[in-house]
Design a protein around this ligand. Structure first.
Ligand SMILES: Nc1nc2c(c(=O)[nH]1)N[C@H]1C(S)=C(S)[C@@H](COP(=O)(O)O)O[C@H]1N2
Ligand SMILES: [Mo]
Length: 299
């Protein structure tokens, strides 16, 4: 394919895995922070693999509860194999695609995408996966399609958080077709060289590195090509706070907090906040998608 994205970030830019897994303690406030300090400098690096398993993780996956520790606690119950992805709407080859078949079709070569992600804190995560464009091309996008809608699994018997109407279930997200086809938009199946943990969206989750974290919908069961802008969970929950685009934009504040800076994870407990970059540092790649648009109105 012609327009493959080339990794600009190297191994050295990647947030250390223990720091990534441990981010609750790093950003979880003074008490947790001091506990980490008490273990001495370098405690993060000294973690053993079995300690990694024990680490209380910090995730947003409301299907398992709204506490940051709930996904790690409960997502183990999610059955991720077998997994079927329905691709439908304006495509030539709609259908229920088995996860294994997708993986066979997509594994052109082992690819690692080192991508920045940001939402208050920031990090660089090495994902394994494939470009969403490849998946969409496999299904054959029809000319009338202008948007892509995504849906997470809805499994009340496996997802205790679904009992609570905090969001309108199932979790849904959407992208404009050109955003979806951009080579920086990936479907991730692995992280740090292993399968994605359930709490991070196994077996298949979206990653859109120039948008805030909530656009990265987890455990996707359905991808639908449409000709109108699809609803998104957070926009439905709070339309004044969360727009359809949700592009990282330091100049547009969330109504309740500034989005001008971020704390890098893995830089140590007292790592200085750093300015957030337009489109999370990917302006050169993606700014063209929004040429002529008012990004304050289209937040
Ligand atoms: N299905 C689903 N996907 C989701 C969420 C969710 O609650 N349910 N939370 C979102 C939010 S708010 C964030 S910040 C990211 C967090 O992903 P991570 O836990 O892998 O960092 O997942 C996003 N995807
Ligand atoms: Mo989030």
């Amino acid at each position: 394919m012609a327009n493959r994205w080339i990794n600009q970030l190297t191994e050295r830019d990647v947030t250390e895995e223990a720091a990534y897994l441990n981010r609750r303690q790093i950003i979880g406030g003074a008490a947790a922070g001091l506990a980490l300090m008490a273990q001495g400098a370098g405690a993060q690096e000294a973690l053993t693999p079995s300690e990694w398993e024990d680490i209380t993780q910090y995730n947003n996956y409301y299907e398992f509860g709204t506490d940051k520790g709930d996904p790690a606690r409960y997502a183990g119950a999610l059955t991720t194999a077998p997994w079927t992805l329905r691709i439908d709407g304006l495509v030539d080859r709609p259908g229920d695609y088995a996860f294994e078949d997708i993986m066979k079709a997509m594994t052109i070569e082992e690819r690692i995408y080192r991508l920045r992600c940001v939402e208050a804190w920031s990090m660089v995560v090495p994902w394994n996966g494939f470009e969403l464009a490849d998946l969409l091309n496999m299904a054959g996008v029809q000319s009338g399609a202008t948007y892509v809608a995504f849906e997470t699994a809805y499994r009340p018997e496996e997802m205790p958080g679904l009992r609570f109407p905090v969001l309108d279930w199932p979790y849904v997200e959407g992208l404009r077709l050109d955003e979806a086809m951009h080579p920086l938009t990936i479907m991730a199946t692995g992280i740090y060289g292993r399968d994605i943990p359930n709490q991070n969206g196994a077996p298949l989750r979206l990653v859109v590195p120039w948008k805030y974290g909530f656009k990265s919908i987890k455990s996707v069961v359905r991808v639908t090509l449409t000709d109108s802008q699809p609803p998104t969970s957070w926009n439905k929950a709070g339309p004044r706070e969360y727009g359809f685009y949700s592009n990282v934009n330091p100049e547009v504040s969330h109504p309740r907090w500034s989005q001008a800076d971020e704390r890098p994870i893995g830089g140590g407990l007292f790592a200085r906040r750093q300015p957030t970059l337009m489109f999370n540092g990917y302006a050169e790649e993606v700014a063209g998608l929004y040429e002529g648009m008012d990004l304050t109105a289209n937040f």
